[in-house]
Design a protein around this ligand. Structure first.
Ligand SMILES: Cc1cc2nc3c(=O)[nH]c(=O)nc-3n(C[C@H](O)[C@H](O)[C@H](O)COP(=O)(O)OP(=O)(O)OC[C@H]3O[C@@H](n4cnc5c(N)ncnc54)[C@H](O)[C@@H]3O)c2cc1C
Length: 298
């Protein structure tokens, strides 16, 4: 039986020779041999076991909103969790269990429907819950770590563990998972009871802020660089006169200097070259080293 058939028998959707530009918010990337979308957690665990048994390389993608996928074709499998692992349930009046593949906006709407406050900041972040937990996503003064009670994750040995948030070393855009490569399966969110109207208004207010300040009309991966020790990446880039600067189809947004955008035909090579130019200029003029927030895959 072929690998593809076995994966399908487990309950995975399998796309062959699939352009990764279709699976990333940057709309950039060469073809992957397979894109595997597991229909549930059991299908995911079986797929990983099979790929390991066959020494078939693979990597994990959430919703592809914080990655720059290489231009070269990838002779491995991309396991995409968004649209696959979608379990979402209220466990008690303050606790939500949410699987890794649920899109943050859906989790936030679920919290709103249950009058639970704490996740308003996350509503406009276009990632999956797994991706957000993996790198401790945050915005407007909130971070995922603030409302996580525990995380279920898969070790490289195939063991499923549940670890309390206090043991996961959450810091700015960093967790244990960014170090150990464990796969986030899902998380328990502990939230507070709140006023539905106030929650909805705060979500709408923050979405509006994004629309006015971010170049949402262009493909991108959000903030290209992490916040440096001194100041803000966008301010450094702007003050160095780099707004509007381009390499091939990639450009520094004129609306928000922290975003590298795809003008339509950008390659990963264009984005990397532009990022290098930005880093060198900011280092030279401001003595600040900008560290990429965007993850380069594979
Ligand atoms: C317009 C725009 C605005 C944005 N605004 C914000 C913002 O305000 N704040 C912010 O923090 N980010 C922001 N981002 C970036 C991005 O949405 C977040 O980083 C998000 O958390 C990434 O989630 P994802 O599912 O898309 O992860 P992906 O991009 O798919 O993956 C990112 C990394 O996480 C790993 N990963 C994904 N899922 C899992 C998992 N289940 N287990 C283990 N590893 C996993 C991948 O292997 C990869 O290394 C923005 C992006 C865009 C395009």
């Amino acid at each position: 039986m072929s690998l593809q058939t076995e994966l399908q028998n487990f309950g995975c959707t399998v796309l062959c020779d699939e352009p990764m530009s279709r699976h990333t918010s940057f709309r950039i990337g060469g073809k992957a041999k397979y894109v595997i979308i597991p229909g549930n957690e059991a299908a995911l665990l079986s797929a990983i076991r099979l790929l390991k048994e066959n020494s078939f390389p693979y990597l994990i993608l959430g919703n592809g909103s914080n990655v720059l996928f290489a231009d070269e074709d990838y002779e491995g499998a991309v396991i995409q969790l968004a649209d696959g692992l979608t379990e979402l349930r209220l466990e008690d009046e303050n606790t939500i269990y949410c699987a890794a593949g649920v899109i943050l906006a859906k989790l936030c709407t679920f919290a709103l429907d249950n009058s639970l406050t704490g996740l308003e900041f996350a509503h406009g972040i276009p990632g999956s819950v797994g991706g957000a937990v993996f790198m401790n996503a945050g915005a407007y003064g909130g971070e995922i770590k603030d409302c996580i009670h525990s995380v279920r994750h898969l070790t490289p040995d195939g063991e499923v563990l549940e670890t309390p948030a206090s043991e996961l070393h959450f810091t700015y855009r960093h967790t244990s998972f960014t170090e150990n490569g464990h796969l986030v399966l899902g998380a328990r969110f502990r939230l507070k009871k709140g006023d539905k109207t106030a929650i909805r208004e705060r979500m709408n207010e923050l979405i509006q802020k994004r629309k006015t300040s971010q170049p949402l009309e262009y493909p991108s991966a959000g903030s290209t660089f992490k916040r440096p020790a001194v100041g803000y990446a966008a301010a450094h880039i702007d003050e160095c006169g780099l707004k509007g600067c381009t390499v091939g189809g990639a450009g520094v947004s004129t609306k928000h200097a922290g975003f590298v955008i795809n003008h339509g035909n950008a390659t990963a090579a264009d984005v990397k070259a532009l990022m290098k130019q930005i880093q060198e200029t900011v280092l030279q003029q401001h003595d600040v080293l900008l560290e990429p927030e965007v993850v380069m895959l594979p």
